[in-house]
Design a protein around this ligand. Structure first.
Ligand code: 5RP
Length: 262
């Protein structure tokens, strides 16, 4: 029930519900990963089951694929879809240019491939994700397990000449073991505090052997749907230069609330 949701969960839910309006019959849609994206998948599943919405979803993780199938969405691979009309995904941070840090859930590689293969990327986020400068959230980078400590040392050394405040990094863990991505890689989280030049940093990091991809999404996002804990939503479209405000009501009977997202 909605009464059990925290303000942040409500904000994530209303952002996801509003963003579901972007999905139209016949579309091929990239489905993001994370708790906000899980709300989206549930909202879309409900529209498929009860509203007859017809679209094909390309999930960005096994978690999202499992949930999408569970709620009744037709799942296809990116290779089957080739190109997508739209991707909707969460983010860990977004700035005024709609540049992002992603990968808090460890799915940044598939997320970036899928978003880049889409006509449009829409980010869904609670207002707490908005920042003036990216970097307070640790920047995830996906590295191959072979020689990962050497890669880590190289990354830290390179950060000395970058416009960042911190240069500590840590291997992401899952209990006693390194966290492993869907591709069998590791994640290094870079504690940079503030990233002065995200575009340059992204290019430099990706040139290092051992690095597969980084969580900076530069010039990929087209619009952000921002949710607030009181049900307000704001849609900022960077291409149109528009800002729209709306309010969504929570329905006590909404069966989406009977099984809370992760
Ligand atoms: C997963 C991601 C997520 O989109 C990001 O971590 C936001 O997650 P949440 O919606 O749970 O706050 O990038 O790799």
């Amino acid at each position: 029930m909605s009464g059990e949701l925290s303000p942040i969960d409500k904000a994530k839910f209303v952002a996801a519900k509003r963003a579901a309006d972007y999905v139209e019959d016949g579309m091929r849609v990239g489905l993001g990963t994370g708790s906000t994206a899980a709300w989206l998948v549930r909202c879309l599943g409900e529209q498929v089951r009860e509203g007859g919405l017809q679209f094909k979803g390309v999930p960005t993780s096994t978690r999202t694929a499992d949930l999408a199938r569970e709620v009744g969405i037709e799942v296809i691979s990116l290779d089957e879809a080739r190109w997508l009309d739209l991707t909707i995904d969460g983010a860990d941070e977004f700035d005024g240019d709609l540049n992002l840090i992603k990968g808090g859930g460890g799915a940044l590689l598939q997320e970036k491939i899928v978003a880049t293969a889409s006509d449009q990327m829409v980010v869904i986020a609670d207002i707490g994700k908005e920042v003036e400068h990216l970097g307070a959230f640790p920047l995830p980078i996906e590295v191959i397990p072979f020689g990962w400590q050497t890669t880590q040392a190289l990354v830290e050394e390179t950060l000395v000449s970058m416009d960042v405040l911190g240069r500590q990094s840590s291997l992401r863990m899952n209990g006693e073991r390194p966290f492993m991505t869907d591709e069998g890689n590791y994640i290094l989280d870079l504690h940079l505090q503030r990233i002065g030049n995200p575009r340059q940093l992204s290019l430099v990091i990706n040139q290092m052997p051992g690095v597969v991809e980084n969580g900076l999404f530069i010039d990929i996002c087209d619009a952000v749907v921002i949710g607030y804990g009181d049900g307000r939503v704001e849609v900022r479209d960077i291409n149109e230069g528009t800002v729209e405000q709306d309010r969504l009501d929570f329905l006590e009977s909404d069966n989406l609330f009977s099984d809370l997202a992760d």
